[in-house]
Design a protein around this ligand. Sequence first.
Ligand code: ADP
Length: 186
Amino acid sequence: MRSDLAFLTQMGLLEARPRVGYSYSGKTPAYGLIEQIMKLRVKDFKSLPVVVTEKTSVYDSIVALFVHDAGTLFVVNEQGFLEGVVSRKDLLKTAMGKIDVNQLPVSVIMTRMPNIITTTPEESLWTAARKLITHEIDALPVVRRVPDEKEDKFEVIGRVSKTNITKVFVDLGLGKLDVLGGDDNK
Ligand code: ADP
């Protein structure tokens, strides 16, 4: 196929039909781009999660925040499954009080399951971004569901934060993200 026609087909502007040829799809130029952006998956853009255990002190959690240059920590139980999330303001608020942050476990101040908003490797990055905006939060744990007799557990396998989404936006502008470049993002 001629590369200019291939490009327009990929953009969704032309429809290619065998033996008929090309026809205008009726879609706007932005349509193809939007469609391609919707195909971006969380698994291709996630970062490593920064994880602490329920027994970690608030003090050590703050240290973890600095050491790993993160804004949100995911809290796991002894089996390594997701129990909660703690944000930098959760920690800041606690540190401003009179409580001994060396003695206080992070589990006391975290936001707990089942109120944690999560994403999965296969979810679209756009849906994950929408969750961040809708719930007014900075990061989502990327989880893998582990079926269990009583209730399903969630293994933390990554993190999607506003930084990941912003990086995609910047890379789009720089032409580094080949969203119209073929089958790679399908
Ligand atoms: P900050 O509190 O530093 O502004 P966030 O906006 O991410 O950071 O967090 C706001 C509140 O939402 C905090 O109390 C935090 O514990 C909670 N929170 C953060 N991420 C999640 C999440 N993925 N699911 C549920 N609650 C969250």
